[in-house]
Design a protein around this ligand. Sequence first.
Ligand SMILES: Nc1ncnc2c1ncn2[C@@H]1O[C@H](COP(=O)(O)OP(=O)(O)O)[C@@H](O)[C@H]1O
Ligand SMILES: [Mg+2]
Length: 216
Amino acid sequence: MATILKAENLEKIYRVGKVDVPALRGVSLAAQEGEFVAVMGPSGCGKSTMLHLLGGLLTPTRGRIVVDGEDLTAASDAKRTDIRRRKIGFVFQRFNLFPTLTAEGNLRLAERIHGNGADDILRMLRLEDKMHHKPLELSGGEQQRVALARAVVNRPAIVLADEPTGNLDSENSALVLKMFRELNDRFNQTIIMITHNPEAAAACQRVIQMRDGHIV
Ligand SMILES: Nc1ncnc2c1ncn2[C@@H]1O[C@H](COP(=O)(O)OP(=O)(O)O)[C@@H](O)[C@H]1O
Ligand SMILES: [Mg+2]
């Protein structure tokens, strides 16, 4: 198996006023093509910070990140955005859909940015009937499926998910997890998913435990 994502000695210090808040204190990890990894750990231990660094939404204070052979940390802002668009899909706890666009509109927008694939994905996630609904006309579970569809519309090599089932009831959690697994199987996408849900973690091939800015 090939390594698709590699992080070395990542440190992140947030500056709040005059105070330094160390959020990551030297994290190294590697993920392989097609791997499905869970990240667990108490609130505030640095999980979201790590995910945002891995996806190029934030830059580390120190350390190096290589995505599919491309060095994110050495890249300019424009280059980093470009790598992120081509290689990475994000799913968040709060769905983050555009409220004024329908399900289809949210996907078409992503498709315009990213390329083809919306129809296939809508069918796969069983959302054909909901295409013309706006987010507020959808259940939480349906919104998260649209968000998942949007994240994978251009078949990114890596999907990063931050507590994707955190706002869902158990039935919808199970459905969304099943879809993550299907995407992982069908497209061999590498998935890194932060979760507090032991059932979700059990569905993954590997669990990374974090504590106080470290992987333990
Ligand atoms: N934008 C920010 N500015 C300042 N401190 C932050 C910011 N984001 C997170 N932190 C702090 O960094 C630490 C790690 O936060 P986070 O990565 O969100 O943890 P987790 O996702 O595990 O709950 C916490 O102490 C948090 O308060
Ligand atoms: Mg978090």
